[in-house]
Ligand binder design. Sequence first.
Ligand SMILES: O=C(O)c1ccc[n+]([C@@H]2O[C@H](COP(=O)([O-])O)[C@@H](O)[C@H]2O)c1
Ligand SMILES: Cc1cc2nc[nH]c2cc1C
Length: 344
Amino acid sequence: MFSVSSVSRVNDAAIRQRIDLKTKPPGSLGSLETLAAQLAAITGTEKIKLQKPVMLVFAADHGIASEGVSIAPPQVTQQMVTNFIAGGAAVNCFCQVANMSLHVIDAGMLSAVNSRRVIDQRLGSGTANIAISPAMSRETAEAGLQKGADVLRARHQEGSNVFAFGEMGIGNTSAASAVLAALLDLDTQETCGRGTGIDDAVFVRKQQLLGQALTRHRSMDDASDTINILASLGGFEIVQMTGAMLAAAEAGAVIMVDGFIASVAALAAVHIAPEARGYMVFCHRSEEQAHQCILDALGATPLLDLGLRLGEGTGAALAYPLLLSAQSFYNCMASFDDAGVTPV
Ligand SMILES: O=C(O)c1ccc[n+]([C@@H]2O[C@H](COP(=O)([O-])O)[C@@H](O)[C@H]2O)c1
Ligand SMILES: Cc1cc2nc[nH]c2cc1C
């Protein structure tokens, strides 16, 4: 379904040398040097070229939300989508600062919003309750991967080569924690977190429900197959983000991963096509406790650590200026020769 090539390593030495010849002690720009090297390998050794940055926010609802596993009721998903298109959410503010264009995708909310500013990619009216039955059929999960890929390819054709991934979905930390447990063969006690900020009693109930979901899932045939995991435990936004990330990697574009839920989609994408990992920039460390399991599994050090746990793509929008700074120093900073600086 996806044909992803590894990020080329042939110019690694030239990229490293170019960074080392800039007017600074070697390594003194720290993680920004690693980031610049990655962006150069993806977009061009001579010059990093980040073009038309796009934020894609995938929204969907979750059957398990009916169990009260969030601080908010499911209607908030749609209310926040209305807020996104009105320009009033945190992600709108940060995209404006970063000069990123924001696109909102209805991947399957309880009901559609009547607006041409929402991209309709509905896979249904929310998933089934994963504690009781599969979230969706395998066919729906496959259609979701395809729909996610379609929206990405359309933006890529318009000239974008850097894509940030955010989401909105009441109950989606439950789905993401369940998918994570299945992908990494962990216990749901390790992957369950507090999402929007649930109290102790709700947390215990959420752990119980996720345990039930995993027991149900593990009794299925081919329970370790990634698409089966997404179908059984995932969400419509998670599966579409996975497809869109795979299409971005296929197109040779930069993938900016936001918080916990987007990182679970990234992990699923890497399980489907390991080559996709090289295109991914992990933008921030989420407060959701199991985020670290994903970062460890993918060998990722996030750019920011601000204690965020909002989602929406906020951490990715906040990180985009760092990508621009990496681009700027790589493309514009003088070399020792250019500037006549002789450190030894
Ligand atoms: O991405 C994250 O790191 C993150 C961590 C906690 C919560 N969220 C957001 O909060 C919602 C999910 O939380 P919950 O408690 O409803 O499962 C969903 O809309 C996410 O965007 C997002
Ligand atoms: C208000 C609100 C805003 C959000 N944005 C992302 N997830 C959210 C969850 C809630 C509850």
